[in-house]
Design a protein around this ligand. Structure first.
Ligand code: 1HN
Length: 351
């Protein structure tokens, strides 16, 4: 134990005397306020689908989609208890819809992404157009657009929800509103948005329908998968990422949503990736195959073995590397566009 500073008593008296005036001494918290490097409270975590699925099915018996409004089990980071957050700025959950159910129409400022994990034949409707869900599809709900979900499937359909909820909460920018109707009236044939914007072409006149968000709200898995497959065969594989592509807003080339970037990557069989770190915490959904991710920060690395439908999070500025002996496909998302818009994104590729 160090001897107390000779002025310690005087300082404590100062702090307690000024506290009623809402004054605090910066010098006591300066180092924590301006850290030498990010010190996220978020911790690396893996959710095995085989462990989560029984609880999702129990939720299916305990409450209807309509009663719950959204029947979701939140993937809550154990380092952020009670905050419904998977990173400091992002929310993730697994949503279940059963045959014939409807999750009623509403809208909110928060942007949402859906990544289909299990089952075929549920749909989401955005601004009067429905998108049928198939495993591996990436679907967008733009900020402040009405959306409802329903299911004509024969069995359960489960998807990953990714939302910028903690970020919007931090900014005190949240508004929400229920629709007057339970389900939106279908106004356009399915696939209209993809035909207009998803073929490296765009309408000759007029702006996109969703402001800063991509006009394509469903990116089918078969097209992403085909691109990765061809690149694995015909192009160099990156030592850190394998074969990785980012989804784009075709009108801008930027991220599909202003607050979230999404990616899909293929790790070829035998991939033994090099380590990297980045400031944006990232959430992964395993689409196909098996592998492992090693994650560390100032200590021994943690090893997480993953398989299809598992989910994991790599927090800010943790060093990570990916391996796969049999090969695998990973979807991921982060709030990288926010860092980039603010000019504060950092990434380091290590060897
Ligand atoms: C929401 O609207 C959905 O539309 C899912 O499916 C999860 C979590 C918090 C707030 C709104 C959806 C949500 C949500």
């Amino acid at each position: 134990m160090n001897a107390p500073h000779p002025d310690a008593a005087m300082r404590q008296q100062l702090y307690s005397d000024m506290a009623p005036l809402n004054l605090t001494p910066l010098w006591e918290s300066l180092h924590a306020l301006v850290p030498l490097k990010p010190a996220s409270p978020c911790v690396p975590t893996l959710w095995k689908y085989e462990h989560v699925r029984p609880f999702l099915m129990r939720a299916g018996e305990a409450i209807t989609a309509e009663e719950a409004v959204r029947r979701v089990l939140v993937l809550e980071n154990p380092g952020l208890p009670g905050q419904s957050s998977i990173t400091q700025s992002l929310y993730a959950g697994l949503q279940l819809i059963l045959p014939g159910e409807v999750a009623p129409s509403h809208r909110h400022v928060q942007s949402a992404l859906r990544f289909i994990v299990e089952g075929t034949g549920a749909y989401t409707a955005v601004n009067g157009e429905r998108a049928t869900m198939r495993p591996g599809d990436f679907i967008i709900t733009p900020s402040w657009t009405f959306h409802d979900h329903g299911s004509k499937a024969a069995g359960p359909v489960v998807w990953l929800d990714g939302l910028d909820i903690p970020l919007v909460r931090f900014l005190d920018a949240g508004f929400a509103e229920n629709d007057t109707r339970k389900s939106q009236t279908v106004m356009r044939a399915e696939g209209t948005s993809l035909a207009r914007y998803g073929h490296n072409m765009a309408p000759v006149r007029g702006d996109g329908p969703f402001g800063l968000t991509s006009p394509i709200f469903s990116y089918p898995y078969e097209r992403s998968r085909e691109a990765l497959q061809r690149l694995e065969r015909d192009a160099p594989v990156d030592d850190w990422d394998g074969v990785k592509l980012r989804y784009i807003n075709p009108l801008t080339g930027g991220s599909p949503m202003p607050t979230m970037a999404t990616f899909m990557q293929r790790l070829p069989a035998g991939f033994d990736g090099r380590p990297w770190r980045q400031t944006d915490g990232a959430v992964f959904s395993v689409v196909e195959g098996h592998g492992e991710v090693l994650i560390e920060r100032d200590g021994p690395s943690q090893r997480f073995k993953y398989g299809p439908r598992d989910h994991f999070v790599i927090p800010s500025w943790h060093t990570a590397r990916l391996k796969s002996s049999a090969g695998c496909v990973l979807f991921s998302f982060s709030d990288r566009p926010v860092y980039q818009a603010l000019g504060i994104h950092r990434e380091e590729r290590l060897s």
